[in-house]
Each structure stands twice: as C-alpha cells, then as structure tokens.
Design a protein around this ligand. Structure first.
Ligand code: NI
Length: 209
C-alpha cells in the first residue's frame, strides 16, 4: 500500500507541476502584445515582408517605395469594388489616423489595389479620398501589382461568376505597418480595432526615439 500511495503522490505532484508550467507559459505568452508576437515570429522565421515596388499613385504619378521613405506606412491590399471587408479595413485605418493625433503627420495610409483592371487611376482617386485625405491609392500594370503583393505575402484571385458581368476578388486582408526605414514593423489581422493600430504606431515611434 505504501508504495502505491507513494506512486500516487509522485504522479499527482508531477501532474500538478506540469499544469503549473503550462498555465504560467500560456499566461506569459498571452501577456505579450500581439504585435510583439507577430514581429518576433516574422523575425524568427526570417520571413521578409515588403519590398521594392513601381506603381502609379492616384494622381497618375509613377512612385516607388522611395517616395514614402521617412514616413510610416499603413498598407492595405484590396480592391474598390469589394463590398464589405476592404471598406471596413480602410475605414479602420482612417480612424487609426485620427486616433494618432499629431503623430499622424508621420504616417501615410496606402491602399494598393489587387484589381488594376477596374481600379484605374481616376477610380482609386475618388475611392481613397473618400476614406482619408492623406490616403494614397496605388495601381499599375498587373505584373507590378503581382510583384508588390508577393513581397507582402498577399494572395488574391478573381472569383468567376457566370451569372454576372462583375466579379469579386478573394484576397488576404492584413494591414501592414512599415517603418520610416521602409522595413516591416508589424501587421494586423482583419477587424483589429483602430485604437490598437494607432497604439502600435505610437509604441514604435517611442521605441525609435
Ligand atoms: Ni476586399
């Protein structure tokens, strides 16, 4: 009996110890900010997000990533015919810009279309201006869009609908925060509250100063 009791006690304490380790681990993991987690995952896996591009802005000028050098960018890939997700995310970016107050001077919101066939210069001009006066719309030849999207790990595909002349696009929906050095800072999933986006920008500004 004594050995059984001893065995029970040692199994019970081992189990308890494991539960404590796992609980503490999960608590520590959850207490990290999600942005920090995303950043460290990107760093740890060596996945490079972002890169050079040659696109046309909503005023018809050819621009590269160099045009945004020195400014933070909040980049979103989508398309202006998108019925729901894109307008919501662009609105969130616009609200984040307002939340930023004076810091907004240092940030450029950027909308890059994945549907250049319909998102012409004139079209995206009206579209971005409806969201925020500082928002820059970018379009361009399909191959340039493809290259930019690839560097941001953005996937998209036309959804064919035989019953309609219009079409939808499936696409990944992330907001990317790029630093004033043009390098990836963090990214936000769909429906991230604008306050959280603004807070991440402010945090990074503080870290760099
Ligand atoms: Ni969309």
């Amino acid at each position: 009996m004594k050995t059984r009791l001893a065995l029970f006690v040692s199994i019970a304490s081992a189990t308890l110890a494991m539960v404590i380790v796992v609980t503490v681990g999960i608590t520590l993991w959850q207490s990290q900010s999600p942005q920090k987690t995303v950043r460290s995952i990107a760093t740890a896996t060596g996945v490079k997000i972002g890169g050079p591009f040659v696109l046309t802005n909503h005023n018809g000028q050819e621009v590269t990533e160099a045009a945004f050098s020195g400014s933070y960018m909040l980049i979103y890939f989508g398309y202006s015919f998108c019925p729901d997700v894109c307008p919501t995310e662009l609105q969130n970016i616009a609200v984040a810009m307002d939340e930023l107050g004076k810091h907004a001077e240092r940030v450029t919101p950027v909308f890059i279309t994945v549907d250049p066939a319909r998102d012409t210069v004139a079209f995206i001009k009206d579209y971005v201006e409806a969201f925020h006066p500082k928002m820059v719309g970018l379009t361009g030849p399909q191959e340039n869009i493809d290259k930019a999207a690839r560097s941001y790990r953005v996937f998209y595909a036309k959804v064919d609908d035989a019953s309609s002349t219009e079409y939808l696009m499936d696409h990944t929906s992330y907001v990317y925060l790029m630093g004033p050095d043009g390098k990836f800072v963090t990214m936000f999933g769909a429906n991230t509250p604008p306050e959280e986006i603004a807070a991440a920008v402010v945090q990074d500004i503080k870290e760099r100063s």
